[in-house]
Design a protein around this ligand. Structure first.
Ligand code: PHE
Length: 338
């Protein structure tokens, strides 16, 4: 039978019309290009064609095969492309949908501690650590507070049943440890947890302290004042009035309490500054020569200053919080403010 190209293609298009995926396409393709397919059979029937007509028949059969193959190739590509698009649509993520997952963040005390240490680091003070269970000797004796000195009562100590040890009442023993192990010049910060029998809205039996120590040949009171004034200005991020009130610590002489103009009311008087216009923020002084001598540093050559501050106290003033307990209750509603 002489092949009717137009008829074959018309039928093919009819069969392709309802096809809408690769699977259906394969079925139609088998019918045309498969082993016993219409196109294959055309070539097979070539042998039954009289010799003189074979060439022409062959040309037509080839033409039909080429067109049909091309049609199937195009259709296959089309359905493959469609499939890829479908898959992409399934995987599509809409980045504009607002997400409701709450991310955690550092605790306000950690944020404040980092803030304090970063400022002091930028001023040349390197961080040192020490144990919380501390030798009584480092916590008191070497800091010029001998056994029966009344100053021990200043820091209501937690004694433990390990002879000669206490829960450190301040981080000053880190300064002792550093002076014993390093030669001056020394410029360090001593951050960490400290413990005292103290419990009210502004005191907690455990709290964080940052102390600082500078020991060099040329140090004097001006260095101390300049360092702390600069630190406070940077910490509160504004220019502040400061006031150095004479005070007493066994390990410094002279000693001072540092006050700043109230950051809550600006000095006009409020509940936080108890209407004085001033807030006490840290203790400081020139290192007592006895402390240097105890640590084998020549007090005739070297001189130092030291300071100590409560991290919770600074965090409360910085964030405007009036109860220290808020920091330890782990209430997510409170913590999510920072
Ligand atoms: N160690 C003192 C305290 O905890 C703070 C302080 C440190 C004061 C250094 C003066 C100098 O109370």
């Amino acid at each position: 039978m002489w092949p009717d190209k137009a008829q074959i293609l018309r039928e093919l298009y009819e069969e392709l019309a309802p096809v809408c995926d690769l699977q259906d396409l394969e079925k139609v393709k088998a019918k045309y290009l498969g082993k016993n397919g219409i196109v294959k059979n055309l070539s097979k029937s070539l042998k039954d064609i009289p010799l003189e007509q074979r060439k022409e028949f062959g040309i037509i059969a080839n033409e039909i095969r080429e067109i049909v193959e091309q049609i199937f190739e195009e259709k296959t590509n089309y359905f493959k492309e469609l499939k890829t698009r479908e898959n992409l649509l399934k995987e599509y993520v809409d980045p504009t949908i607002p997400h409701t997952i709450k991310k955690g963040h550092l605790h306000p005390i950690s944020l404040t501690l980092d803030r304090i240490l970063n400022i002091l680091k930028s001023m040349g003070f390197l961080e040192k650590k020490g144990p919380e269970l501390e030798k009584e000797e480092y916590n008191f004796d070497m800091l010029n507070i001998p056994k029966y000195h009344p100053a021990r009562d200043m820091q209501d100590t937690f004694y433990v049943n390990k002879e000669g040890y206490v829960l450190r009442t301040h981080t000053s023993p880190i300064q002792i440890r550093t002076m014993l192990s390093e030669k001056p010049p020394i410029y360090i910060t001593a951050p960490g947890k400290v413990y005292r029998k103290d419990d009210d809205p502004t005191h907690s039996p455990m709290f964080f302290q940052v102390e600082g120590l500078a020991i060099d040949k040329h140090i004097n009171l001006k260095y101390l004042k300049y360092t702390l004034d600069t630190f406070l200005k940077l910490f509160f991020d504004k220019s502040l009035k400061t006031r150095y009130r004479s005070s007493y610590f066994p390990f410094t002489e002279p000693s001072f309490e540092v006050d700043i103009g109230c950051v809550i009311c600006g000095g006009s008087g409020c509940r936080v500054c108890k209407n004085t216009g001033w807030l006490e923020v840290m203790g400081c002084g020139m290192v007592h020569p006895n402390v240097l001598t105890n640590c084998h540093i020549d007090a005739n050559i070297y001189i130092g200053f030291a300071f100590g501050m409560g991290v919770e106290r600074l965090a409360m003033l910085y964030y405007g919080i009036d109860n220290i307990k808020s920091f330890y209750e782990n209430d997510v509603r409170f913590l999510s403010h920072f």
